[in-house]
Design a protein around this ligand. Structure first.
Ligand code: MEV
Length: 315
């Protein structure tokens, strides 16, 4: 929770996380549950009082017509706080499907909350960050924001409180940037057109993804990560049926599988952006990362520890 003292402070700080979606992206927009993990790379925000809004992104001041100002105004409106100078330090690749925008929103809401108010609840942070997200993408399910608020694995269903998804062990994830990212809005609109063309087939795919998510939760609790990996491959197949995959995504998935990953899929909006691979241990995770590097695919590791997705560390 941001704030916590009775007197608003002269500087507010907030931290939030990037995310990987392990199962259920896009389907989550239609009410299917999804499984996502907050990762340790994220965003730190520092807010100070100012007459007019000012935004700094990794030490570069953004011009006043940048669309992040519009998002900031929506966020402030939701929190009912005045203008501020916000400095954002982003550790994630921007717009790559790793939730950088939602992490910026959550970190900013926490920093503004600490600066201007004595307390801001997680529910208020969620609502404010969703107002920010709607500037970029008309119909966000809320999963990016929920994962940005959490650290660890969460199960998210649209319109419901996110639940932590306890699991045994440790998830050794490898994340690759498989080509330039596409706009989430465009990809979500593309899927909506597919639904319109063939609603019956579309609901069958939603049902299939829904059972993948359900089974993945059970298998994660049981510690059967090999089976979870197979379900990730199936989810990837269903996502490519919605035209969300690309040659680069397929190559990154294939390289990961050939290097010993248990499963691999796109994560986020697709059409480019990132691939996530699940690895059985640290050795195989390193192997997948080296295989990607040898093909000039930039990548990093993101581990998730089975603590059940406790809410954020405030830094
Ligand atoms: C984007 O990270 C996830 C999508 O499912 C969109 C959303 O849920 O808002 C593609």
């Amino acid at each position: 929770m941001s704030g916590g003292s009775d007197v608003p402070s002269a500087t507010g700080t907030g931290r939030a996380f990037g995310k990987v979606i392990l199962f259920g992206e896009h389907a989550v927009v239609y009410g299917v549950p999804a499984l996502a993990a907050g990762i340790s790379k994220g965003v730190r925000a520092t807010a100070q009082a100012a007459k007019d809004d000012e935004l700094w992104l990794n030490d570069r001041r953004l011009e006043g017509d940048h669309e992040l100002y519009q998002a900031l105004r929506k966020l402030r409106g939701s929190l009912a706080v005045p203008a501020a100078s916000l400095s954002l330090r982003v550790e994630l690749p921007l717009g790559a499907g790793l939730g950088s925008s939602a992490a910026m929103a959550v970190a900013s809401a926490r920093a503004l909350g600490e600066l201007h108010r004595s307390t801001v609840s997680e529910r208020e942070v969620f609502a404010a960050a969703q107002a920010w997200e709607r500037v970029f993408h008309g119909n966000p399910s809320g999963i990016d924001v929920a994962a940005a608020q959490a650290m660890g694995l969460i199960a998210f269903s649209r319109g419901e409180e996110p639940q932590s998804a306890p699991f045994s062990g440790h998830l050794y994830l490898a994340v690759a940037q498989a080509g330039p990212p596409a706009s989430t809005k465009t990809m979500v609109e593309g899927v909506a057109r597919i639904q319109k063309r063939n609603p019956e087939q579309f609901s069958k795919t939603l049902e299939a993804i829904s059972s993948l998510v359900h089974n993945a939760r059970v298998l994660l609790r049981q510690g059967d990560q090999a089976a979870v990996g197979k379900l990730m491959d199936l989810n990837q197949m269903l996502l490519s049926g919605w035209m969300l995959s690309t040659e680069e995504i397929e190559t990154a998935c294939a390289v990961a599988r050939h290097s010993g990953a248990l499963g691999a899929k796109l994560t986020g909006a697709g059409g480019g952006g990132c691939v996530v691979a699940l690895c059985a241990n640290n050795h195989l995770q390193e192997k997948v990362l080296s295989a990607w590097e040898s093909k000039n695919i930039s990548c990093f590791s993101a581990d998730v520890v089975g603590d059940g997705g406790q809410h954020h560390e405030h830094v």
